[in-house]
Design a protein around this ligand. Structure first.
Ligand code: HCS
Length: 574
């Protein structure tokens, strides 16, 4: 068979329908583990696969949705994890026989990751890793993550699967309510950004909604991802009939959105709860004459996308200059340093909320006070800030251990601040960004210091970009810090920094960032000098600024520059 990811370039594939609701009709008892049937009633599981293949499914999904350690433990079956998952693959393979791809199903564990629940990121990841290992070594063609309600759990699953295999195709799907968010408040845009960054090949939504609802979710995902999409709707919204849950959607209704889904870039269409082989047959037939080859969308070129549980931010072409709130940093802040030393978080919570309210679109978190355990403090800061606001985070540390603690604690795609052009920094930080799906701020300095000239800084930016490419980190996930040096020492420094912004954008096509206020260090009337420089930098194309959103002069400069540069066409900030 053509490798799965090649096949979806050529044509839209049909994935099968429900497993759980089919098994309920064929002997699964209430309270019984559906996965146990792989051991006790393999013929019944096989019959479901067979009927879906006969109906035209190109992909069948194994009966292993609840095959994680946590889920199996409910039924005392955790000791048989490897066997149950391997049997699930074997049964599906026995029916597929080269006629269909076999996707290994992995569903939620029923547990929450810290701080919402009690399971650590590492333990959650481990649970997915052992299930993925069982499925991959039994020979699945792809893995399908289904029905996730918690983005943090789904992200842990993707990172775990990528540890098992860097290449196995991964489909990841979250479930949304009809209010357009997951139960835990994640919008589809944030889900798509987070999962794409963690390394999935196809992203989408299953369960929870009918075809119209899933279509609307996918329209929102498409705004922020150029990945192929998947739609796996329920057969309508469930109704209770004589005390029994019924899915009323007819096979024909499942095909209503085919045209719109295909033009959106949906490359896999399947069915979730309530769908049957009759639904899949109708969906397959409706594909005839509608096939298109895959064309990768280009609307996001050059854009850095960042996310958290409750929101997302785009940095780059055509966007407003992103405001990175700088106040969660102990340098010169006694109260915050003391709280860090005492393990308290009220300063972080207050500053996160206030900066977000004042217009910060990203929040810098620096916990580097003397005498503290930085990884522990970083984890605590990430938990606190992500619970307080729906603004993506910037992890600001030179300690790889603190960065890794923050990356594990995060519930979205964060920005790492920072990596430099020094070999040691590149070799320590880039692998972390790759593994946990983060973007990076690249500082234009190296072991020899900060080059005076814009050309010197451009050369370092290029070195960082090339090293990132070798790790598989895309260009749009690097934002170059062109470095603001105080003009009190030498006035020509301001012009050189502005020239660096233009050069980096023109020669490398990368986005740029500055810690703006440094420019006026040691001078009188700092707000005046800093805000004037900020306006000049925005005119030069600055994409993101690390500033104090409480400084009115800076936020005023930003508001007016966004109008003057046509980045706020409706003058919403006035
Ligand atoms: N593939 C699973 C998903 C349940 S939400 C099933 O049982 O059909």
């Amino acid at each position: 068979m053509t490798p799965f990811l090649e096949a979806i370039q050529e044509r839209v594939l049909i994935l099968d329908g429900a497993m759980g609701t089919m098994l309920q009709e064929r002997g699964l008892r209430p309270g019984q583990s559906p996965e146990e049937l792989n051991l006790t009633m393999p013929d019944v599981v096989a019959s479901v696969h067979r009927e879906y293949i006969e109906a035209g499914a190109d992909i069948i999904i194994t009966n292993s949705f609840g095959g994680s350690r946590f889920k199996l433990a409910h039924f005392g079956l955790e000791g048989r994890l490897a066997e149950i998952n391997a049997r699930a693959v074997e049964i599906a393979r026995g029916e597929a026989r080269g006629r269909a791809y076999v996707g290994g199903s992995m569903g939620p564990t029923g547990q929450f990751v810290e701080p919402l629940g009690e399971v650590s990121f590492d333990r959650m990841k481990e649970s997915f890793r052992e299930q993925a290992e069982a499925l991959v070594s039994a020979g699945v063609d792809l893995i399908s993550l289904e029905t996730f309600l918690d983005i943090k759990e789904c992200r842990a699953a993707v990172i775990a699967i990528r540890e098992v295999s860097p290449t196995i195709p991964i489909i990841a799907m979250m479930t949304f309510d009809d209010n357009g968010r997951s139960v835990l408040g994640t919008p589809p845009e944030a889900a798509a950004i987070t999962l794409a960054a963690a390394g999935v090949d196809i992203v989408g939504s299953n369960c929870g909604l009918g075809v119209e609802g899933i279509h609307d979710i996918l329209v929102r995902m498409r705004r922020v991802t150029s990945l192929p999409l998947i739609s796996q709707a329920n057969a309508g919204l469930p109704i209770l009939k004589d005390g029994i849950t019924v899915f009323p959607g007819t096979p024909r209704e499942m095909t209503d959105y085919h045209d719109r889904l295909i033009s959106l870039g949906v490359r896999v269409i399947g069915g979730c709860c309530g769908t049957t082989p009759a639904h899949i047959r109708a969906m397959k037939e409706a594909l005839a004459g509608r096939q298109q080859v895959w064309q990768e969308p280009t609307h996001l070129e050059g854009m850095t996308l960042l996310s958290c549980r409750g929101g997302w931010t785009a940095v780059g072409p055509g966007q407003k200059t992103a405001i990175i709130g700088e106040r969660i940093n102990p340098t010169g802040k006694k109260l915050y340093s003391k709280e860090l030393q005492e393990g308290k978080v009220s300063y972080i919570r207050r500053e996160a909320m206030e900066q977000a309210q004042l217009g910060a679109t990203l929040l810098d978190l620096n916990v580097g006070a003397p005498g503290i355990d930085e990884p522990v403090a970083m984890e605590r800061a990430v938990f606190c800030a992500s619970g307080a606001v729906g603004v993506p985070l910037v992890l600001d540390s030179s300690s790889p251990a603190a960065l890794e603690a923050g990356l594990k604690a995060a519930d979205g795609k964060v920005l790492i601040n920072s990596v430099s052009g020094e070999a040691k920094s590149l070799s320590r930080v880039l692998p972390l960004a790759k593994k946990y799906g983060a973007a990076l701020i690249g500082l234009t300095l190296d072991a020899k210091g900060i080059p005076d000239s814009a050309e010197g800084r451009l050369a370092i930016a290029r070195r960082i970009r090339n090293a990132a490419r070798r790790q598989g980190i895309p260009d749009q996930d690097i934002i170059i810090d062109c470095l603001t040096l105080t003009v009190s020492a030498e006035q020509k420094r301001a012009a050189e920094t502005l020239r660096t912004i233009r050069l980096v954008k023109e020669k490398l096509g990368l986005s740029t960032v500055l810690g703006v206020s440094n420019i006026s260090f040691g001078l009188p009337q700092r707000p005046l000098i800093s805000s004037s420089f900020f306006s000049m930098a925005m005119a030069a194309g600055l994409d993101a600024a690390i500033i104090n959103p409480r400084e009115k002069a800076m936020m005023d400069a930003w508001r007016s520059a966004m109008v003057l540069l046509n980045r706020d066409p409706r003058a919403e900030a006035f």
